[in-house]
Ligand binder design. Structure first.
Ligand code: KG4
Ligand code: ZN
Length: 338
């Protein structure tokens, strides 16, 4: 029997410092330190993010090893997020991983954050793993992509946003409503009490399987400005309906293209990944597709949707099996393509 592979993974691409320890595809620990400092600025401030990563990284890695009850001598590889992400934030994780690799003579594996969001589906779980080929809708604060996955490390980008990411469309609308950052989860929360048909927002239709979210965001801004001109309490009086209607429009746009791509590529297995896949309406609509037996659907637990190092660990495991290691000269790639 093959020896188990233990990986220590580090994720620091945006505003969450995370470390995880895995044994093959099983996650032994996954520690996330979320940075609250950005809330008062209404968005991530890159310089503050990298400073916070520096503060958090040692205690987070230490906690991950302790929770897993694994010592550094047992670790077979150290993995880190190479990109995409904020340069300053990526540098903290990459430098830490490289130093530890050098000091302890442990092989290093670099990981693409967007691939990792998708491969979170291969973390050991009760439902099992998607069968190749499948389509993954990756939706986060920085990306909106439809990806055809034909093998663990084989990805074909079928479509993506041409401007804002859907997470930004959630967060910017939340900001217009006066909600704190990140507003996506709050729009989701208020939407649950609202009427999704109360207000109409113009949905864009891009070519092929691409998206655009800048139009709906601007339409949302004008809508709120106009309504509050005649009724200063408009937001307060209609918050749930505004959130429900806006969220439903974003979900309609996402599903139209995803199902279009599934149809054209004749793929019956669908998955969702990234921070926005924590959204309850997206999860509900996907679950309905499963219930209707139209598709086999994979929805990760919320902890593996938002940024986390567990997904970095499982991606590194597949790269480790291929002996896909990197040297100490490796540098972060803020615009790392899928
Ligand atoms: O993947 P992620 O944690 O970080 C990036 O790599 O961007 O995604 C963060 C994004 C934010 O825009 C946040 O508002 C959004 O995910 N998000 C949600 C929900 N939970 C997180 N958006 C809508 N509904 C949610 N429940
Ligand atoms: Zn992410």
């Amino acid at each position: 029997m093959q020896e188990p592979v233990y990986i220590l993974a580090i994720e620091s691409s945006c505003d969450d410092t995370s470390a995880a320890v895995s044994r093959n595809q099983k996650i032994l620990s996954n520690v996330v330190a979320t940075q609250d400092i950005h809330q008062k600025y209404g968005g991530v401030v890159p310089e503050l993010a990298s400073r916070d990563h520096q503060k958090n990284i040692v205690p987070v890695v230490d906690a991950a090893l302790k929770q897993a009850n694994i010592s550094l001598t047992q670790i077979n590889a150290i993995a880190f997020t190479r990109g995409p992400g904020l340069m300053g934030s990526l540098l903290v994780g990459a430098s830490f991983a490289k130093s530890l690799s050098l000091a302890r003579h442990i092989p290093l594996v670099e990981v693409n954050h967007m691939q990792a969001h998708i491969l979170a589906h291969f973390i050991e779980n009760e439902k099992g793993f998607p069968i190749f080929p499948f389509l993954c809708l990756t939706v986060s604060g920085g990306h909106t992509q439809i990806v055809k996955v034909t093998d663990y490390l084989n990805f074909e980008l079928l479509g993506e946003t041409q401007d804002d990411a859907v997470g930004e469309a959630f967060d910017k609308a939340a900001k217009i409503l006066g909600l704190p950052y990140p507003g996506g989860p709050l729009i989701d929360k208020y939407a649950q009490q609202g009427d999704p048909k109360k207000f109409k927002f113009p949905v864009s239709n891009m070519s092929e399987f691409n998206y655009s979210f800048s139009g709906i965001k601007t339409a949302f801004l004008y809508f709120i400005q106009n309504q509050t001109k005649t009724n200063a309490n408009f937001i307060e009086e209609n918050l749930a309906d505004i959130c429900a209607s806006y969220q439903a429009s974003l979900a309609d746009m996402l599903f139209k293209k995803l199902l279009g791509a599934a149809n054209q590529h004749q793929i019956k297995t669908l998955a969702i990944a990234g921070g926005v896949s924590a959204n309850s309406l997206l999860r509900k609509r996907l679950a309905e597709l499963q219930e209707q037996k139209k598709y086999n659907v994979f929805i990760p637990p919320v902890a593996y949707c938002t940024d986390n190092a567990a997904m970095i660990a499982v991606t590194a495991y597949f790269k480790y099996l291929r002996k896909d290691f990197c040297g100490l000269q490796i540098t972060p790639q803020p615009r790392y393509a899928l």
